[in-house]
Structure formats: C-alpha cells, structure tokens
Design a protein around this ligand. Structure first.
Ligand SMILES: *Cc1c(COP(=O)(O)O)cnc(C)c1O
Length: 424
C-alpha cells in the first residue's frame, strides 16, 4: 500500500511540529517507522491520507469506546456547537454528566471537571496534600498519571517508549516527595508505607500504560489496607479503566473503594475532558468552597460534556457484555495465531496486550525485558496487513463497540501471517 502522502506530510510536519507530532507516541519511533497521517475514522476503522484502511486498536488511546464518528455522538456535538461552544458559566449538561458519574461510581459523590486526565491527577495530588497536611505521594513504577511534574517518575507508556528514565526539566525537589514502588511487590509497598507519612497512594487499578499488567491476587487489597493504616488517601487513576472495563470502572470490577478517582478519555467521548471525583467532604476543599485552588477556562466544555454524555448513554450492560466477548475472542485468536512464538496475551474487558515474553509481565522491569525488536517487527507487519495496533510494547490495545466479529477475524488472520513472517 502506498504511504506517499503520509510521508510527504511527515516531512512538512517535522519542520513545524516537534518531531512531527503533538504527542510523542504518535511518532511511532518505538516500532522503527514513521507515522501514518489520518484523514478519517469510521466505526472500528481508520482511513489514512493515502486512502488505506486499518482496523484500529488505538481508538484515540481510549476515548472512542463507541468507535469513530458514531452518529449519536457526532449528532450531540453538532447540536451542542449550534447552541454555543463555550460560555465560562455553568450549563445543565455538566449537572447531568456529574449525576451520571455518581450513579455509576458510588465513591464519586462530587465531581470537578477538567480538560484532560493530567489536570485531574494534578488536582488529586494537590487536594490530597491539602487534606492530609502531608507531602509524600506513593506511585507505582510503570503507572502513568499524565505529565504532572511530581508524577513523572518511572512513568511507563510514552516515557518508557522514549527510553527517558524521567523527564529533564523536572526539578529534583519536585519528585523528592514522590516514592516509586514496583507494581505487585507487596514487601516493597509495606516497607515504603511503614517508612513515611504519605499524603496519598495513587494507582491505576488496572495498569494499562506498561502494556496491561493487572494486580496479583490480594495486591489491590493490600494497597487499600496500607493507605488506610498510613492515614493516606487512596487515589484510583481510572482515566483508562473508567467506564471501559465495567459500567463503574475498575473499582466496580475489582471491589475497590478509593477516596478520590480520576477520570478522562471516555468521559469526553473523543473531545478533551477529564474529571476528579470523590467524597463530598474531600471535594469541597476545592475552590470556591475551600482553600485548594483549581480552575479551567474550558473545563466542563459543553461540547465535551455532550460527547461524553452521548457516549455513556451507549454504555449499558449489553454493551459491556459485547465488549467483553469481543475482547475474549481477540485474545483467544491471537494466542492461537502465535503458535509456538514466545508471546503472552493478557486481557480484561475492552483492553488487551500482546507481550513478546513467554509469561505475562507482573511489573515494569519485566515489560522492559520483552523482545522489543520482535514486537516492533510484528507491529510493522500488522500495519502492512491493514491492522493498526498500538505502536509500542508499553501500550495496551483498545477495543470498541464497533469492532465486529469480522474485524476480529481479519485481525487474527493478519496476526497469523505476521507471526509467520517473524519466524522466517
Ligand atoms: C491518558 C492517561 C492520563 C492522562 O490523561 P491526558 O488526558 O492524556 O492528560 C492519566 N492517567 C492515565 C492512567 C492515563 O492513561
């Protein structure tokens, strides 16, 4: 397939956009190729500027759980835009969306909307510090919580992909109060918690920014226990898992009760949005009720709220059943297609990862030890077959309600050929 127009656009882009992109992973450096420029999306498919079609397993990194250009989501955005794009004053939609969040997530009594997941986690950290009067934050290696200075330590995902251990430009004083513990390491968690007074423990309950590395049995319970015993708040970063793995996110699926929850991606239905939510008594420390400042010119954007509400309206029990079934079908098919190749497929409803390792990794160091070169060759081969997997071993595959059995069949057939080419 021709990539002539993508190549020409990338050449122009590199002169005016840093690295030719507006977010690093899009550059596809981790799989040793140049990006495709996208012209449109339809359901589960992407169409690039050369007219090539791909079955999309990135789905804008999570927001598009209903698929691309879903008619009711696009209709809701159009209708909202005609009424005015932004007012800097409250609107009815924000109330309805907050009520919908609360109905799905019992721990989310009150909501503050932001424009991104990063802002939600940044606010969560500030609020936790104010509420507890403490500074230290415990995070897990390989968990990504957006590009918040204090949380850019062992941050997985785009950071791991770029092979940057941390980011330059973050003063050591800012990360000095951040403690990083390996995921699924009970001993390290216990000793870190006994050694210091923490403002919060922040975790992705289903980490999906180092591939997909669910908690070992008992580990989430231990996190809750340790947070409580320490007097720290528990922050569940559900920017990916929220509204994806279940109606009420990972906390419903896994029986977790966090103090604060951060949301993003699906809540904006493909437009920029995030949210922080939690118990009323905590949330009311935020301005204008309390002394913790937080604001945003476009927070609660009427367009993003309309897209989020339209997306959530599609996500009923039947939809989650379909998504879970599609994910299981793809996981089984990829395992079968891999044959004797030393790979492992990990999945939860709506998310999947194909690790180039003989056993599923349990922490970041094991993801880093995957055969990244084989992954890169496989991902390039899949693109050539018309399948668009995440272009990094450190990213999860995202499924949508638009992925049909036929899309999944095509993906498994393509994987069979891509594995065969790897062996050759
Ligand atoms: C994507 C992501 C964020 C950051 O959200 P942005 O909207 O990209 O700022 C935070 N936490 C997790 C778990 C994420 O996956």
């Amino acid at each position: 397939m021709s990539e002539e127009r993508s190549q020409a656009l990338f050449e122009s882009a590199r002169r005016v956009l840093v690295g030719g992109v507006n977010s690093p992973v899009r550059a596809m450096r981790a799989i040793g190729r140049e990006p495709l420029f996208i012209a449109a999306g339809e359901g589960a498919e992407l169409i690039d500027v050369d007219g090539n079609r791909y079955v999309d397993y990135v789905c804008s990194w999570g927001p598009l759980i209903a698929g691309h250009s879903h008619p009711t989501v696009v209709g809701a955005i159009e209708q909202a835009a005609r009424a005015g794009t932004s007012f800097g004053a409250p609107t009815e939609g924000e109330v309805i969306l907050a009520e919908e969040v609360r109905a799905r997530i019992p721990s989310a009594e009150m909501v503050r909307m932001t424009c991104s997941g990063t802002e939600a986690t940044m606010t969560a950290v500030r609020l936790a510090r104010a509420v507890t009067g403490r500074e230290r934050i415990l995070k897990f290696a390989g968990a990504y919580h957006g590009h918040v200075d204090a949380l850019l330590a062992a941050a997985g995902s785009g950071v791991a992909t770029g092979a940057l251990p941390d980011s330059a430009g973050v003063p050591p004083a800012v990360t000095a109060a951040t403690i990083v513990v390996p995921w699924n390491d009970a001993q390290a968690l216990r000793s870190a918690c006994s050694g210091s007074e923490l403002a919060a423990i922040i975790c992705e309950p289903i980490p999906a920014n180092m591939g997909l590395v669910p908690a070992a049995p008992g580990f989430l319970e231990l996190i809750s226990e340790q947070a409580r015993a320490n007097g720290a708040l528990l922050i569940a970063d559900e920017v990916i898992s929220g509204f994806r793995v279940a109606r009420g996110g990972a906390q419903e699926l896994l029986g977790l009760r966090p103090d604060l929850t951060t949301l993003g991606k699906i809540i904006g239905g493909g437009l920029p949005a995030g949210a922080l939510a939690g118990a009323g008594e905590l949330m009311e420390r935020l301005a204008p009720c309390g002394d913790v400042y937080q604001a945003g010119t476009l927070s609660g954007s009427p367009l993003a709220v309309a897209a989020g509400l339209a997306t959530l309206a599609l996500l009923d029990d039947a939809a989650y059943g379909r998504l879970a079934r599609a994910t299981a079908l793809l996981a089984e098919g990829l395992r079968a297609a891999a044959g004797d190749h030393p790979v492992s497929v990990v999945s939860v409803p709506g998310l999947l990862c194909l690790f180039f390792a003989p056993a599923p990794p349990t922490r970041l160091s094991e993801v880093s030890a995957c055969d990244l070169a084989a992954h890169a060759r496989f991902a390039r081969a899949m693109l050539a077959e018309g399948i668009y997997p995440p272009p990094s071993q450190f990213e999860a595959w995202f499924l949508s309600l638009a992925h049909s059995d036929a899309h999944i069949e095509r993906t498994i057939e393509a994987a069979r050929r891509a594995f065969a080419a790897l062996g050759a």
